[in-house]
Ligand binder design. Structure first.
Ligand code: SF4
Length: 369
């Protein structure tokens, strides 16, 4: 499983390179060396080109350029913030929900996000991928569990594998009768779009299973012309796409930024899927919002964007308890009344609710006669 193509030689991986490129102040070099000793760094040329080095609050830089704040882990943060380990029956597999598994093939990414929830598990210094033996054991686990309908390839970033290796993996998984969906979580189309070659796209389509691709992007500027072309090539080849984003302080924690991002996804034929609340990964508190801020933003989006552009705001409950939708509530109990439905033989108690519309006005449902 070592067929990983890390060929982007111009990718910035050292704090000194970031300082030389003007992406980090020279005065921070010592602290950034300490960050680099703990967490992986990679900024591809495509991402570097998006950063305005003169803007200390640049939303792209905040996602990829390390900061000294990462050295200060906060109470409650954890090396395994969403509890993968608690649901890992064999190496590489996380089986949290009955009908689907995560299959963590590789432990490297094209870029390393400073808020990564698997930051303790990915990057140079860790194993780059599952061993061949662990890969076979993981496949055997999926084969032995007929309730698994969907396999989610994640990592790391599965599109760091060569197309040739991906063909083998997709074929192995699709050959399992009960697996009907293979979902691939990736940041490559925005971080290194040249990897989305015709050969790569061909590798993603396989007999016996339907492939979906979930694109991780957090700011509309990431959807460059090259990124859009890479996504369009996948979609034109028959691969449906959804989005995943993380709500991040100073990146997209305002209605205008989220609106632009969601509109950009839909314009690219990518259905907005999840907006994740920031996980309690070590050293990421400076990038997290509060849940209250997230809920307020989601309430604002309801009035600004069509339903097609609405993501679901979700929290991965620490400890491995899965995702919960945590967006605002629009419904609350108003009163119980006796139903006047003439089709009922006996009157039945019914609930009248308060429903909040997109302007914040409250209405009763059903309305009072
Ligand atoms: S691409 Fe995903 S796995 Fe890789 S660093 Fe970013 S969040 Fe983590």
């Amino acid at each position: 499983m070592s067929r990983i193509n890390l060929k982007s030689a111009a990718t910035l991986r050292e704090p000194a390179e970031l300082v030389a490129g003007g992406f980090a102040p020279a005065a921070d070099l010592g602290d950034l060396e300490k960050v680099a000793a703990r967490y992986a760094i990679a900024v591809t040329p495509d991402i570097a080109a998006l950063i305005d080095a003169n803007d200390p609050d640049d939303p792209i830089a905040r996602q990829f350029i390390p900061r000294r704040e990462e050295l200060a882990a906060q109470p409650g943060e954890s090396a395994d913030p969403i509890g993968d380990h608690a649901h890992s029956p064999v190496a590489g597999i996380v089986h949290r929900y009955p009908d689907r598994v995560l299959f963590k093939l590789v432990h490297v990414c094209a870029v390393y996000c400073r808020f990564c929830f698997r930051r303790e598990m990915v990057g140079p210094g860790k194993a780059t991928a599952l061993s061949d033996g662990a890969y076979r054991d993981a496949l055997d686990y999926v084969r032995a569990h007929p309730e698994i309908w969907e396999v989610i390839l994640t990592g790391g970033d599965p599109l760091m594998l060569s197309p040739r290796r991906l063909v083998e993996i997709m074929t192995d998984i699709a050959a399992i009768d009960h697996v009907r969906i293979i979902r691939i979580h990736t940041r490559v189309p925005v971080a290194d779009p040249v990897r989305i070659s015709a050969e790569m796209i061909a590798a993603l389509r396989v007999e016996g299973a339907t492939t979906w691709v979930a694109l991780h992007a957090n700011h509309a500027r990431e959807l460059t012309g090259k990124a859009r072309a890479a996504c369009a090539a996948m979609i034109d080849a028959g691969i449906p796409m959804v989005s995943q984003s993380v709500l991040l302080r100073g990146v997209n924690d305002n209605a205008a930024a989220l609106e632009a991002l969601m509109r950009a996804f839909v314009e690219c034929r990518i259905k907005p899927y999840y907006l994740h609340h920031g996980d309690l990964a070590p050293g990421t508190a400076h990038l997290r919002t509060t849940l209250a801020q997230g809920r307020q933003l989601m309430r604002g989006l309801r009035g600004r964007l069509s339903g097609l552009c609405q993501p679901e705001y979700v929290l991965d409950i620490p400890g491995g308890h899965g995702k919960a939708p945590v967006g605002p509530n629009y419904l609350s109990h108003a009163e119980t009344f006796s139903s006047a439905n003439s089709f009922l033989e006996e009157p039945e108690p019914e609930t009248r609710y308060r429903v909040v519309d997109y302007c914040g006005d409250v209405h009763l449902y059903p309305p009072k006669p």
